[in-house]
Design a protein around this ligand. Sequence first.
Ligand code: HAM
Length: 422
Amino acid sequence: MTSTFQALRGTRDILPGEVERWQLVERTTREVFERYGFREIRTPVIEATRLFHRTVGEATDIVRKEMYTLQAGDESITLRPENTAPVVRAFVEHSLHRTVAAGYPERYYYLGPMFRHERPQKGRQRQFHQLGAEVLGSPDPLVDAETLEMLWTFLDALEVQDRELRINSVGDAACRPAYREALREWLAPRLPSLCADCQRRYVENPLRVLDCKVEADRALLRDAPRPLDHLCSACAEHFRAVQGALAGYEIPHTVDRGIVRGLDYYQRTVFEVVSKGLGSQDSLLGGGRYDGLVEELGGPPVPGFGFALGIERLLLVLPESKGKPARPDLAIVALGEEGFRASIALARRLRKAGVSVLAPVAERPMGAQLKRAERAAARYALFVGETELREGKLGFKDLDTGEQVRVTEQEALDRARGRHGE
Ligand code: HAM
């Protein structure tokens, strides 16, 4: 049977059976990030289109080709393609800089859907989900290293083995102009061999040429001057300090001069974590420092640092054994009409006491009920029928071991909660 409607290309339903892996990731995010002082922030999925033009950048692929933008009344609104700009917008709008104290930046995390109109493939969707963290209020290299250390703890907790941290520095407002000129000079004679997009990028923002996806262009650009070779002394010192702190945390990393990132707001540290298990879309997460962004959105000069990780991609490298569906504690097997009638109130009492109960909503043969209990992987079966009610003892079966005993309702409850013998 084919249904009349299907989920849109590049979007997916997350069904029970798979959703448990998502819940594990979400739970682990909250547990780990909150240990480091991060608190959750939730912003709308729609924002003024201008916000992303201003921050992500006019010349980026995201803004030029990938945004879901619509006109609603007299407003142009966009489904967020990323969440750093919205978080910074909220930070400025609510004057959250007032909570920052020297040496104590504010830390936020988020989980949620993002939207980019890209060509869907493995690990790349149009509605995808990010978990991310942003630290606002400190230029200190320790922020960069400590946040990466948290990320490492998080990936350890989920037992993601195959991962490699690559870092780079793209300089700041002081060294960027000279670098941009050097790059323009190098590009000028090669321009005719580059794609039309690159020719446009050359005019609008030559740094964007470096994230061209065209294979021939990438080969030609391999020898282009890189930001790392044009850092001013303050940026070079910052980068050294970040690496030193990472070494102190014993976090293995490589310096990759080729990382430029596809968004305009970065300054100084940028990084990606890649995983071979992901194939061509090998970037599991990315981020960096964005010290000018708060000011760009009308706030005071507050430095920022953060990252976002694609949850769909994380699930591709998460061990199979992680996030197994929860088992019902107990399946009621109701025998006969009287047993069925009694099972309704019994289920209610057990659930109120905190036990998860599988119970039929209509009289069913015993075999069918047991089959259902097995399929749901219930831990115990609780038999209730005329005899059991008369004697005040219910049949209680451990479905893993097959062991069967007769117990009172209270004993059944204790066993189902794992408090037997306490
Ligand atoms: P980004 O590199 O554009 O950075 O995205 C971060 C991560 O989101 C990627 O590494 C990838 O795992 C995932 N991702 C991106 N696009 C897709 C897609 N179409 N399908 C599936 N996954 C995708 C940012 O978004 C920045 N806001 C990160 C950041 C936070 N920088 C500072 N703070």
